[in-house]
Design a binder for this molecule. Sequence first.
Ligand code: PLP
Length: 404
Amino acid sequence: MQLLALRAQFPALEQTLDGYPLCYLDTAATSQKPQSVLDAMADFYRYDNANVHRAAHQLSARSTAKYEAVRDKVQAFVNAQRREEIIFTHGTTEAINQVAWGLNQKLDSNSVILVDTAAHHANIVPWQQLAQRTGAKVIAIPLADDGRIDQQAYQALVAQSPSIVAINHVSNVLGTVNPVQAMVAQAKAAGALTLVDGAQAVAHKRVDMQEIDCDFYVFSGHKMYGPTGVGILYGRYQQLDTLTPLLTGGEMIEQVSFDGTSFNTLPNRLEAGTPAIAEVIGLGAAIDYIANLPQAATQKREAELVNYLQTQLQQLGGITLYAAHNDNCGAVAFNLNGEHHQDVGILLDQQGVAIRCGHHCAMPLMHSLQISGCCRASIGVYTSHEDIDRFIEALSSVKAMLID
Ligand code: PLP
């Protein structure tokens, strides 16, 4: 499909801001949504709206069938062994909190949790909280000078027999890609449980749970052309089955009396309360959308766009790029030398260019780079070379205004 036709499927892209056509380079924060996702959610509310798993009536049966069909879709999307290994959450953050809470009983003051220095706060703070509850120790896996995980240091840390290793698949700031398969294998050989944060990977790469072989893999719907309010916790059945539920109440029980309560089996055990039904259905449409893209061609085009972004920024001059490698995925981090990232972002916005500025929920990474924040331009399936040219042109005028 031509890029123009593909872009036409994303209604939010067809707008102007202060007279400028929108140039959306903030997909890593949240992607725009194709019409098929909007329609799937609207149709659900228009025709099927009913709670799942509960009522005897037809609307509920339809709603339940659609909701559960998405579980099958996600299972196929990530190549999980069993549909019960797919838990619907409200996003990556909740998924990691569920895992960290669920491991309360498994850690003690001798336990070590290794966490990627470049991790999003969602993949740091829940582990710190778990450490506070159990007396365990959180150790940051350091980055090498090139902004990637220092693999030698990682191996030395893994030799300390950690209980948990929590890493990015793709960094939300730098776009660097961790060799997750090899890192998981090393962690497993040392007896650790592994969690891979795939929030920035799933929109750009096909992920295969049998290949990566981690215990937990988490991601959010809204970064993969789906709605906000829904995410996935994939877990190996045996691991999920022994997690203490973060939320308790309706849906997740088998028997309740004032003498005690027994819990349901997976996946219900970890899905307390009314789920985000319309959002799950929207996520199903987003998975269909991704599955229908020509995979190899899309990945190649996105890789070219990231490289184009990197070289155009380099050629502009007066820019510091962070951890810019050929095989980075989805995002480019930079600063305009001597200028505050926030000023750059605001001035770009005045020309219709949307990028993200700040610490990107990755303060430890900022500390490691010795900066307070940076700008990030990120791409999606709808990003064009013209978007990047417009961004560079706008940045060039910002540079002229602030520096030249
Ligand atoms: N992990 C990574 C790598 C992210 O990029 C994000 C969001 O930016 C999150 C976790 C948190 O995702 P959510 O806010 O959807 O829970």
